[in-house]
Design a protein around this ligand. Structure first.
Ligand code: ASP
Length: 332
């Protein structure tokens, strides 16, 4: 899939840039749809810019890099962190928002299609962040859009900006990604964050361990995809089997909303909980991550453990999303 706007317009449109707009940078004027689109140079640049954003926020709080730019936030599914971090990101960069966090209050509730909604919002905004319950919705929206679309989660498909912030978290917390053993625990079948993260980690020399209830294993197609790239992957029987070698423990919620049958959800919910006892057996330099929300998978008693990185992860997310907005709009 080519995510460049100029070639994606359904009607062959190219995007016309305001006179004098800066054109350089690897993500400039691109949709962000899948982690598959990034090369190593893109990743390196995103993390450099995210670090700069962090320093600027710490020094001055907000600044006018994206003054005059408008972000449309279009969410067809609930969100706390992704929507509010994108909003905080554009506001800290001096831009403004069109918030459609509750599509039930928009014309979507009247039956308006995704393409028409996108065509409308792009008339007002410079970039659109979209969350949608259907896999491929962001890619579909991109075929109609003449402004960049950022995928903020498409069903069980991908969550590329989450994976970028997850990687940035590992980098900031541990200083490096290569050489790490990352254990993913939880709903690996429906969890879009682990799908994107596993694909991104595959670019580095890492080992991936998977621990999940039988019914929620990492999809075979994804395992095959990573195998084809020579990634070291291991399906573990239990967390205990791999805890001692784990540098990064990435825990996810069982994705209740993806189950067709609630009895199936009830059968697996609560099947794993990270407790202080488990943390006591983990490495002293391990970090514990979670994309959040957690609904019982990590005991609150773990929160004060310095290895619990999930609320720091939330903050890194804003810097990464600031970087992405600046880069997509050609201002980084
Ligand atoms: N917030 C993440 C997502 O939107 C993780 C989750 O909901 O469990 O995918």
């Amino acid at each position: 899939m080519n995510s460049t706007l100029a070639t994606n317009g359904r009607n062959g449109h190219t995007t016309h840039l305001p006179f004098g707009e800066k054109r350089d940078g690897p993500l400039f004027n691109q949709h962000i749809l899948s982690v598959k689109q990034f090369d190593q140079n893109d990743l390196d640049q995103i993390f450099v810019v995210a670090d700069e954003m962090r320093l600027m926020v710490q020094r001055v709080g907000s600044f006018d890099l994206l003054k005059g730019k408008v972000l449309a936030v279009l969410f067809y599914e609930p969100s706390t962190r992704t929507s509010s971090s994108f909003i905080a990101a554009i506001q800290r960069l001096g831009g403004s928002i069109i918030p459609i966090n509750e599509v039930k209050y928009s014309s979507v509730a009247k039956g308006e299609s995704l393409p028409d909604t996108i065509r409308t919002l792009e008339a007002y905004a410079d970039v659109i962040v979209l969350r949608h319950p259907e896999t491929g919705a962001a890619a579909l929206a991109a075929t109609y859009a003449h402004k960049p679309i950022i995928n903020a989660g498409d069903g069980v498909g991908e969550h590329p900006t989450q994976a970028l912030l997850d990687l940035f978290t590992i980098l900031e917390e541990r200083g490096k990604i290569a050489g790490s053993t990352v254990t993913m625990l939880g709903d690996l079948k429906y969890g879009r964050t682990v799908h994107s993260l596993a694909r991104l980690l595959a670019r580095y020399d890492v080992k991936l361990n998977y621990v999940s209830p039988e019914a929620l294993r990492m999809p075979a197609e994804l395992v095959d995809e990573l195998n084809a790239h020579g990634v070291k992957q291991h399906q573990a029987h239990s967390l205990d089997e791999v805890l001692g070698e784990t540098d990064v423990l990435y825990v996810t919620r069982v994705q209740k909303e993806r189950f067709a049958n609630l009895d199936d959800y009830e059968a697996v919910k609560g099947s794993y909980v990270i407790t202080p006892e488990i943390m006591a057996r983990a490495r002293a330099d391990m970090i514990l991550m979670h994309p959040l929300p957690r609904v019982g998978e990590i005991s609150q008693a773990v929160d004060d453990d310095p290895r619990a990185a999930y609320f720091r992860q939330v903050e890194y997310g804003m810097y990464v999303r600031m970087a992405l907005l600046a880069m997509v709009l050609g201002k980084a």
